[in-house]
Design a protein around this ligand. Structure first.
Ligand SMILES: [Zn+2]
Length: 607
């Protein structure tokens, strides 16, 4: 953490050669051709044989393993295209390449679509009769999860039309959103500068965390002005997506907007509603934190531009090598396996961390397939935040690596547990940093941690309520205006802060850049879930000591092979128990009161 050295950002790019060597790699064409032949053979063998009264366990098992192998291969060109697009979204050649892969993917899924439909239509009696057969033991969860959609599936020709139209419907709207927000040029007038400079959205968002208030205001103005230019497109886009989901929900007989997400998450409405309502009941914690923050910053009032302000001016920089060591040591202090699996990402170039033009904002871990390897994407700019992001994405990365023990259909974690390993990884790094820090740095680290947790737990719960209202309002009232969206956004976010932060008028447009509303409706509550889960689980881990490490690794290794409830049972957790969730809130309360205590101590030292 040396402030004197000028650190260059890392020149760390990922190696995707386990997938393909370039967009011209002949293996790509070969993959599609083989997949097409296999899909046709698959249809010839199994069409009419699945939804059939004499279906046997061995027929079903071999059908599933055939289709699984097919999915596994097709995931490679599709995944490869998305990864290239993430690092170079401005290159039309890559955009076209991605579109082509998607269209080919659709061509293929149309051929095999009958299979899921037959599996969903098969009689409960027949399925129950064969489900416990050992031939199907690897696929019990897949079969049950697939059949949960039974009541919501359409006929095969209808499903084919929806799938074919999606590339120019919802998927195209998502891509439009990504392209316009990533390539938008934001005009930034920094205080004292002669003329505005061009900035990306990511750069502007980073400046909202600047210690200088005038710089934060400039960033807020720039963000708002840039979003204002896109407003017509973004609002029209979102209105369309809301309506598209409304139509699809009606056709599929979903009763409320988030129902299909719950189904994908394998969660019941009461479980989700309980957690969201507990979040709202605990909004008081947010106010307690920001009241102290306002005192530390010495401001009469906090507004939307102060929310992420750092407590103290610091030029603290953490270079790539140091960031890497911090994360690996923290992981290693909990479990050797965790460290070894994370180290592999550095040793084998499975990370893209270099900042460069055309690269999308944000960070993610892409699982890819069990027979290739996961990769991590971020833009590392030598900030403390970047270390936490690295810890977060490597948490996902380790989860993905361990899940490679599973076959493709059991590989991806179920969504409510998707953020489990990432938040756990962040917690480990946080504790490591706190244990080595002086009082002022500890105060700053706590502020970052609490803010990060609140952004995950409470902000996402508030965003979930916003989304619910948007979907319901679009259904009841027709196309919505920017003012209507803005009013709902402000109400839901303001409720979370109470009187501790005043969200100004320009904040009312800041929902428009949030990608989750666009590409994964209602996904946001998975973040609240994941964080609360980990906070509660982390307390258990500390109470239990080293024996927990093994259980945790075993849990990650199970990937998505069971339901969230079953997975959590392996570490002794009941997701329907209110007491478990309250443990997460208690852990947050402890962090806030520790923070208040540190501030009192700091003030006493100054006096
Ligand atoms: Zn994540």
């Amino acid at each position: 953490m040396d402030s004197k050295l000028v650190l260059e950002p890392p020149k760390v790019r990922w190696d995707l050669s386990a997938l393909f060597s370039s967009i011209d790699d002949p293996k790509i064409e070969q993959t599609w051709q083989e997949a097409t032949e296999r899909a046709e053979a698959f249809a010839q063998t199994y069409r009419g044989k699945i939804n059939c009264s004499d279906l046997t366990a061995s027929t079903l098992a071999s059908a599933i393993s055939d289709i699984e192998a097919l999915y596994n291969e097709v995931a490679k060109p599709l995944g490869y295209a998305s990864l290239l697009f993430a690092t170079d979204s401005a290159d039309p050649k890559i955009g076209a390449f991605m579109q082509k892969q998607r269209e080919r993917g659709t061509g293929l899924s149309v051929k095999t679509m009958f299979f899921e439909l037959e599996l969903q239509a098969a009689s409960q009696e027949v399925i129950e009769g064969i489900l416990s057969d050992s031939a199907l033991s690897n696929y019990t969860h897949y079969i049950q999860a697939t059949r949960m959609y039974s009541a919501h599936r359409l006929s095969e020709p209808e499903e084919i039309i929806l799938e074919e139209m999606a590339n120019t419907g919802s998927r195209a709207w998502v891509r439009l959103f990504e392209e316009v927000t990533t390539n938008q040029v934001f005009k930034l007038s920094k205080p004292g500068a002669e003329a505005p400079v061009d900035a990306t959205q990511q750069e502007v968002l980073t400046l909202l965390r600047d210690p200088d208030r005038a710089t934060r205001q400039a960033a807020a103005d720039s963000l708002s002005a840039g979003l204002k230019e896109l407003e017509r497109v973004l609002v029209f886009n979102y209105n369309n997506l809301l309506q598209e989901q409304s139509v699809e929900d009606r056709l599929r007989k979903f009763e409320f907007p988030e129902q299909s997400r719950h189904l994908a998450n394998e969660l019941e409405k009461p479980t989700v509603d309980r957690v969201v309502s507990l979040c709202k009941q605990n909004y008081g914690l947010v106010k307690r934190f920001y009241d102290v923050k306002r005192e530390i910053l010495g401001l009469p009032e906090l507004t939307h531009i102060d929310r992420y302000a750092p407590l103290f001016e610091t030029e603290e920089r953490v270079g790539w090598d140091e960031g890497k060591e911090i994360v690996l040591t923290a992981f290693g202090s909990f479990s050797e396996t965790l460290e070894a699996k994370a180290r592999e990402f550095f040793d084998k170039n499975w990370i893209d961390a270099e900042p460069r033009k055309g690269k999308q904002g944000g960070a993610f871990c892409s699982y890819n397939t069990p027979d290739t390897h996961p990769v991590v994407f971020q833009t590392y700019q030598n900030k403390m935040d970047d270390v936490m992001t690295l810890a977060h994405e490597l948490g996902h990365g380790v989860h993905a690596s361990l899940s490679r023990a599973q076959t493709y259909l059991n590989f991806h974690g179920t969504l409510p547990l998707a953020e489990l390993a990432s938040t756990f990884g962040e917690m480990l790094v946080f504790e490591k940093l706190v244990s080595n820090a002086n009082l002022q740095d500890r105060l700053a680290l706590y502020a970052d941690k609490v803010e990060g947790i609140f952004a995950t737990v409470f902000r996402q719960a508030a965003m979930f309520s916003f989304e619910q209202r948007c979907h319901l309002a679009r259904r009841a009232q027709g196309e919505l205006t920017p003012e209507q969206f803005g009013a709902m956004w402000q109400e839901e976010q303001q409720a979370m802060f109470g009187s501790s932060v005043t969200l100004g008028e320009q904040h009312s447009m800041w929902w428009t850049y949030i990608g989750h509303f666009i590409f994964a409706p209602f996904y946001v509550y998975a973040y609240s879930f994941g964080e609360l889960l980990v906070l509660s689980l982390y307390q258990m881990a500390k109470a239990e000591g080293t024996s927990f490490g093994g259980k945790y690794i075993d849990l990650l290794t199970l990937g998505g092979s069971r339901t969230p409830h079953e997975l959590m049972q392996t570490v002794g957790v009941d997701l329907d128990s209110e007491a478990f969730w309250l443990g997460g809130f208690a852990a947050m309360e402890k962090l806030v009161s520790d923070f208040e205590g540190l501030w009192a101590e700091y003030k006493a030292q100054l006096a």
